[in-house]
Design a protein. Sequence first.
Lengths: 303, 391, 474
Amino acid sequence: MDLTGFADAVGLDGPVTIAGLAGRGGPVPGVRCVAAPAGIGTFLPEEMTVSCGAGTPVAELQAALAERGQSVALPDGGTVGGALAVGHAGLLRLGHGPVRDALLQCHTVLADGSTVMAGGTTVKNVSGFDLCRLFVGAQGTLGFFGTVLLRTRPEPAARRWFRSDEPATAVRRRLFRPSAVLWNGAATIVCLEGHPADVAEQAAGAGLVEVEGPPPVPAGARRPLASDDPALVGLPAGSYLVELGVGVVHLADAAALAAPRIADPGVVALHGRLKRLFDPDGRLNPGRAPAGAEPVAIGSVHP
Amino acid sequence: MSERPIRLGLVDDELATCVSCGLCLPHCPTFRATGEEAASPRGRIAAMRAVQWEGAPVDDGFVEFMSSCVQCRGCEPACPSGVPFGRLMEGTRRALVDAGRTVPWWQRLGYRALGHHRLVLAGSRLAALGQRVGLMPARLGLPPLPLRVPRLRATGTAAWLFTGCVMDAWQRDVHASVLRVAAAAGVGMALPGAGGDCCGALHVHAGLHDDARRLAERVMRSMPGTAPVVVDSAGCGAALKDYGHVVGTPEAAAFAARVLDVHEWLVDLMDRLPVPSATMVRPSVVVQDPCHLRHVQRAHAAVRTVLAPYARLLELDDDGLCCGAGGAYSALQPELAGDIRERKLAAIARARSAAPDAVVVSANPGCSVHLAATGLTVRHPVQIIAEGLDG
Amino acid sequence: MVDAGLVAELAAVLSPDRVRIGATELALYRRDASTIEGDAGVVCFPLTTEEVAAVVRIAHRRRVPFVARGSGTGLAGGATPLDGALVVVTTKMNRVLSVDVDERRAWVEPGVLNLDLSRHGAAYGLHFAPDPSSQQSCSIGGNVANNSGGPHCLAEGVTSMHVLAVEVVLPDGTVTMLGDPDGEWDGYDLRGAFVGSEGMFGIATKVCVRLTPNPPDVRTLLFDYTDVAAGAATVSAIIAAGIVPAALEMMDANCIQAVEAYVHAGFPLDAAAVLLVEVDGLPHGVAADTERIVEIGMAHGARTARVAQNDEERALIWKGRKTAFGAVARIKPNYYLHDTVVPRHRLVEVLTQVYEIAARHELIVLNVFHAGDGNLHPLLVFDKREPGVMERVHAAGEEIVRASVAAGGVLSGEHGIGLEKRDFMPLMFAPADLDAQARLREAFDPDGLANPAKVLPSGSRCGDISHAPEGAWI
């Protein structure tokens, strides 16, 4: 897929933001907007890889993969590029892994107009530094994904959801590698995948009751937080959903828990240096960069 | 300190075998204790190569790195390339002795004394007396030594029981147990004639090759004929089995072929021993493999085979890592030997967590003494069998 | 030539006995398990994060390049010190600090050996999934630096997927925490960037690793073939059938013979290839997959399918696979091991080229590889005392790398770039790609002191004028 047009659109000067399907917060308001190319490139089921434009809707991609019994570990909704840029996995992260592990290779347009290839075509690759992981979850503040190559996975023979009234940790201990263990303050919700007989035996052994599907996810906010964090103790049951083993809490009310601040001076300094080296003028998705990476305000001393 | 070039005289093809992959590292007790390349088989070989192939000077570091090796040879079974590390180390030590860089005269006197068995027995008795009256310094790390040793009597001629020097002075009761078990199987054993005491193992390790060969020739003369030579000390057994290489004659090779570790020998006698009663309470034992039984003789499986009917066996989880005794090593390198022993003690503690009353069994006097010095009860496997036979 | 001031400062923050300058000892740190030699100026052994930070601050202030080193089992010269660099050895930092059984993670120091960690976890039914062939010797710090793989990475993924957080000493001596033990954080994935940075972004001093539950059921199968292509076709067919086995490993005839002489695992000596397949998980799934895999293997021309009957047999088969590299010394005393990855469907084609290349350079080649990942490990075996052989080995090696990249593959699957493949990087990356990687490096190490001159060829950064010494090929 040729990225010349996309790179030209990103251009060399002035603030620029990128739009997908506005499924994850959308582009930065009031800033010139571009869109990444869309469309599925090559799907090789026997390689377990698929390439596509970053603007491809996730639903379209999953539908194409499903025809050969495969899928990618990206959350539902929006575009592939948006899912990667935000980097938040869906509810099956415990079993399927984080979004950052799904990306094998990317062609990314940088703030200086160059198009950079990072990663490799194969699942296993340690050639050079891992720019792919750097770009995943960077909110498009270091570069905009143009095309990507993703790792696919075979769909399991069975996927079933269950619930239990026992505490989530106790339930998790009885299960071999569940794909999700969720806790909403009153009940544990579990997803099991694999051979149907194994799923049935596991569920029976742990005293689980089948439910129709995944629970509703509180939409107020998503916070990185350990499942045993004391801050959760005071929250009413049902107002939150904890994903065990992956450090994620969904809140009905964003104000219930403040977002954590990145305070480690080393991390803040690294954010700043990365941003200065990849986007010295702060052109890309202004306002979305993490602590330390927003351009220094006029008047302060540039180190 | 002179740093004139020393020829190590190692066989180039043997020295070339190492591919530096590092798979030996975790199997080396001194690497485990220090994490240092200089204390690893790979590092020691690299240092030997530098001297032999690049003419690097033999500096104090080189001497230290070679001296700190326990010569447990745990690296040999771990090595996929089959590097004959023991031979390289023995050759290097020999070159260092010949160049006057190791083994000062007073140590040499000590090694010589091992070949005079009355002196060994008297010395051990004196030390035992000293312990009783509190005159022996604790830093020597000796457990209580026996004041008296039982008299041994030959029971037949079907096999020789090699008695050794220190083994005989400290653990003659083990020999008695071997004779007892053999008798129960209907086999009579002969005791070696004059000169059948020191096997020369420590001399080989120290690089005192001429002394080792002289002792080996004496030992071979003390047990003539074709009967098997049964050894109940792992270090001695490994040494006797290597006489073909130490002495380098066809006669020595033939003698070495007659040598069996006592457990290997007992495997074939198992069906002649009385079957333990079903009601017998089998004691729990932690099997500690002496390096020269496991890595050199590779006879550790036999220990388990012969012990199993008489005891509940608990295994260590350390892949047979050395305990740090290493013949004279624990005396020459007390600090490292102590650090290495700590790992072994931790492994023993893990194994005993299931059976706190388990005793440790070890088929080598050096290991038993080194471990017993910490207060552990350490027995010889054959003692457990002998007690099992007694019910 | 020893920098006495540096030595004195290091001795003051460590202790004199943990700072070494003896010629014999320094020479032991000239290289890792590769054949590339450099030279070490000073070797030191810190025990704590604070000591590593103090050492790095001294190096930073004095502008002395430093190289972190674990067990020295790397195969790409990543831990080879150049120009008398300071070698910071982490082997004495070897404690498992804590294990959280419910959250299935552990904090460990970098010198903990990979297999020791799995053994430690065994008490809780857990293990560390990355299992490079050197796992008994290699350290977690080294695994982090190289983003190490191993046979079981086919299903479980490489080290980066098993590292939740890393405490690192940045090249200016700052101590910082990258990532989060709970698994999610805001901000850039600095953890992801650090893993696999080959010691060029700083020194890891504590690692929070994800532990994987031991599978309740494991089945190990061995197929043998009279044709390498049939083995490779089996691999593709298994994956296409929607099965991702725990491991899919292949060995060719030369390799089978070398290994069998060492392990006596009963590998058929007349086979052109053996394929080792491991399936693990819950019993019904394992049984169904095993049955299907046997069908696929036999349908693709396997002569026999041997299923390991017990743990001993399984361990023996694996021992054969994991000691293959060392066992080649039974053929010749030296080896040069390559590590490229090609798309699975081009395995046979590239393998055929590898045999041709070796034959043309009159070298013996053994192939032992992670077939499931398309990760080739051609081993060129030789005796370096033979005049002119090194030139042939390097020429053949370069051709193998070129053939792999030309087939749409990558330079390295798990050994890393180090010095060995640094100058091949332009085969895979355009100048703009390399410049972006150099920017990432610059963000972590603006002064270029951490393991300089590795991975990126000189001139990668636009306007790069830094001196990049050549790794001396020995």
